[in-house]
Design a protein around this ligand. Structure first.
Ligand code: ADP
Ligand code: MG
Length: 350
């Protein structure tokens, strides 16, 4: 097992790739029935007993997706797993395994790898997922993490992006925009710190939005709620790039339009207050911010009674014919076309 109190700095060259893999594999437990073989051979072996298999992968690059000046490595490992599991839940599936790959530049010692895996393994344990493999490499510059998650579902329970029907209710879990506000706060504190390293970061009373940015939780509970309520969404995806962009994906793939009501978009009070402080409209944060990892989905009107009193689900609009376009009704009653200005992987960072 890892020695998490290790305060040394062990050069990875000393233990080598196979030493590192061996080290990682000793920290990994296998608990899932569907895992036949984990780390140690050329491939993991899984058995889903007749279910459909779901696979999703994500790549996280230092300087593009995360900034180690304010992201602790343990949180990074945790988040890397969460954002990936979120994609399996977005298919209405159960995540059961991940592979976890790392590229490390020479500035990372063994202890840094320990911290990353510590966070990753906490997420695995909490969500009942086995870590069954990965790949390890040196990187010319910075840290690279890639996670692949694997899950399963019965063929008739899988929910795609393209199933929204006219008249369906447009719904979202939890609240939106908080992770973006958390990012603004962390960026501000980073700037202050870079100008004057003796100033301690001031994150007092902002735990919720900082946590939403650094330590998101994939909404497995919502998938379990669907099963309990006997609701099968007609279309679904997770909110990683901002509500606007995700709504447009569902509408485009379903060949439909929609009406979204600004006043129905769920916002936490802290998102709202921090938005005022920073001069950022919280609706804009929800529409274009991203990294919420909530579930956006559509349900048939006949399911309205089943979901209307669920505290963690908001009905934010409805699906229309494609010819009516994708529109938002603002709080003041004006109609705006929904446009995606969310995260763009090839946008230049400032
Ligand atoms: P190969 O050269 O066949 O790809 P590797 O030596 O890369 O094999 O991997 C050997 C075993 O260790 C495999 O089971 C692989 O999934 C696992 N593994 C390699 N790197 C990692 C890692 N960073 N985390 C977890 N498992 C890993
Ligand atoms: Mg390999």
């Amino acid at each position: 097992m890892f020695d998490f109190d290790n305060t040394e700095r062990t050069n990875l060259e000393e233990i080598g790739e196979f030493g590192l893999i061996d080290y990682i594999s000793k920290a990994v437990e296998l608990n899932e029935k569907s895992t036949i073989k984990g780390i140690g051979d050329d491939a993991a072996v899984l058995d889903f007993e007749g279910k459909r298999t779901l696979v999703s992968t994500d790549l996280l690059l230092e300087g593009i997706h995360f900034d180690l000046r304010y992201v602790p490595l343990k949180h990074l490992g945790y988040k890397a797993v969460q954002v990936n599991l979120s994609d399996i839940y977005a298919m209405n599936g159960i995540a059961s395994q991940i592979t976890f790959s790392i590229g490390l530049s020479s500035r990372f010692p063994l202890e840094a790898v320990e911290e990353i895996y510590q966070g990753a393994l906490i997420a695995c344990k909490k969500y009942h997922v086995d870590l069954v493999g990965g790949d390890t490499s040196a990187s010319a510059q910075g840290l690279v993490i890639s996670v692949t998650s694997i899950g399963y579902a019965d063929a008739d329970t899988i929910v795609y992006r393209n199933g929204a029907q006219e008249g369906d209710l447009l719904c979202v879990s939890g609240d939106l925009g908080a992770a973006y506000m958390g990012l603004q706060l962390l960026e501000r504190e980073k700037k202050i710190y870079l100008e004057n390293p003796s100033v301690q970061p001031d994150l007092e009373g902002k735990d919720y939005i900082v946590e939403r940015q650094l330590k998101p939780e994939a909404r497995k509970d919502i998938i379990e709620l669907f099963a309990k309520l006997a609701v099968k969404p007609t279309a679904m995806m997770d909110v990683s790039d901002g509500l606007a962009s995700e709504i447009l994906h569902i509408c485009k793939q379903s060949d439909k339009g929609c009406r979204l009501y600004e006043e129905k978009i769920p916002l936490d009070q802290m998102t709202y207050d921090t938005g005022r402080e920073f001069g950022i409209d919280p609706t804009v944060a929800a529409l274009n911010g991203g990294e919420d990892y909530e579930l956006l989905f559509t349900v048939a009107q006949s399911d309205h009674d089943k979901i209307k009193n669920q505290p963690d689900i908001s009905i934010i609009g409805y699906i229309t014919p494609a010819s009516e376009g994708c529109e938002m009704i603002s709080k003041s009653g004006n109609v705006y076309p929904i446009t995606a200005q969310g995260w763009n992987a090839f946008k230049k960072k400032n």
